[in-house]
Design a protein around this ligand. Structure first.
Ligand code: NAD
Length: 393
């Protein structure tokens, strides 16, 4: 079939297997080759056996790639995927995982995946069995889930996460990935229940369930480390992010790191705003990203997930103890994004935007290109008119 790009309200409905291959292979190539002056070489001590929960796209996939091709780790990924059919494309994560595992095998690295609902007891037990059988124990657990829904394994209750402000409506300018016209968006505040549900889905409860299970079964190696990802961002996005429902969930995640520290070294890493399947649907964020990408690329410091995670491993987690953190104990990979000079430039450009007018001073093309590429689209050399079998990557 000919696979075309279909994006509805910043959600891509299709993925291209040839392009997903390219997306993963580009990341592997970057990790294997010299990184330039901004990036340190891989430290001597990297984790040997790594579990990535949510390791098929975005920050989780990059964590798997850096661990394997930067540090020689054997890896297990747990992710939720749609399988392809004769006339139906798979999720990008399904293609990415197949390509990653093909390359891992070629490099004599062991790589396994569990496809299913990471929130469920069954998937946790299956993963623990796999660790016991194949690895014995794990040295690093990366928790990188981004999900709109969670079924509580104990009660069967379904919780849904929402991206809303708390207390009062929030109006701000925004932009659509496919249209540079500035729009105004108003988001109604979340109910108390919606806030609680978002914390249930995106907070730390499930992360702790994973660690408790692995600890209970003696699957955590001596000196094991775990990391989950958070975001803070600039004040202009606080109402919908840091002070909104997702911010409450992230606060809970950060508190959980403290609780987990009794069992192993546990960190929350605050990462840069990047286009991923999860972040593109947050209102206001695509406009902020278009301005931020423009400013950071003009300064030569724009990064994607791979570069961010490279710095996480080389300059933070495995650079020596104590790991560099802020005073709240969080790892800050958003340091370049939050640099006052970068933020002041973004703020100046933000003030230039007018509803109904085209975006000024932003780089929406780059945001859109990255969004397309994580779904396997937007590569000049790929023939998107060609007939491809969606079941083959
Ligand atoms: P993503 O959508 O690219 O990846 C999410 C991963 O979770 C995928 O592998 C997906 O298959 C998996 N997943 C979702 N539901 C699942 C389920 N029920 N069971 C198993 N796997 C499931 O998202 P991302 O942007 O890389 O986000 C990862 C983390 O990083 C999130 O905590 C997010 O808040 C955080 N973060 C993102 C940004 C950003 O700008 N993208 C910035 C800072 C922090």
């Amino acid at each position: 079939m000919v696979i075309t790009r279909k994006v509805l309200r910043n959600v891509s409905l299709t993925a291209h297997p040839v392009g997903c291959r390219r997306h993963v292979e580009d990341q592997i190539a970057w990790v294997k080759n010299p990184k330039g002056s901004l990036y340190s070489p891989a430290p001597n001590r990297m984790p040997a056996r790594v579990l990535v929960i949510g390791g098929s796209t975005g920050y989780g996939l990059s964590s798997r790639i850096v661990a394997a091709f930067g540090g020689g780790a054997d890896t297990i990924n747990v992710s939720f995927e749609r399988e392809p059919g004769e006339k139906k494309t798979a999720t990008p994560g399904w293609y990415n995982t197949k390509v990653f595992e093909e390359h891992a095998r070629k490099s004599n690295l062991r790589a396994f995946s569990v496809f299913g609902d990471a929130f469920s007891d069954e998937v946790k037990e299956e993963t623990a069995d796999l660790i016991e059988k194949e690895f014995g124990q794990v040295d690093l657990i990366v928790y990188s889930l981004a999900s709109p829904v969670r079924i509580d394994p104990k009660t069967g209750a379904t919780y849904r996460s929402v991206l809303k402000p708390i207390g009062k409506p929030y109006s701000a300018l925004s932009v659509n990935l496919d249209d540079p016209t500035i729009t105004k968006e108003t988001i109604e505040p979340a109910t108390v229940e919606q806030t609680e549900e978002t914390v249930k889905v995106m907070g730390g409860e499930d992360w702790k369930l994973w660690i408790d299970l692995l600890d209970g079964r003696d699957l955590l190696a001596e000196g094991a480390v775990t990391v989950a990802f958070s975001y803070i961002g600039p004040e202009m996005t606080y109402p919908v992010y840091r002070e909104g429902t997702i911010g409450k969930a992230k606060e809970d995640l950060e508190k959980t790191a403290g609780a987990l520290s009794k069992t192993l070294r546990a960190y929350v890493s605050v990462n840069k705003a990047l286009v991923t399947r999860a972040s593109a649907v947050i209102p206001v964020v695509p406009l902020y990203m278009a301005l931020l990408y423009a400013v950071m690329s003009e300064q030569g410091i724009h990064e994607q997930c791979t570069e961010q995670i490279w710095r996480l491993f080389t300059d933070r987690l495995y650079a020596g103890i104590p790991v560099p953190t802020d005073k709240e104990g969080r790892i800050r990979l958003d340091d370049w994004e939050m640099d006052p000079l970068i933020q002041a430039a973004v703020q100046r450009r933000w003030e230039m935007q007018r509803e109904g007018k085209p975006l000024k001073g932003g780089n929406l093309a780059l945001v859109r290109q990255e969004y397309d590429r994580i779904h396997g689209f937007g590569y000049e050399e790929i023939d998107y008119e060609a007939d491809v079998d969606p079941r083959v990557v």
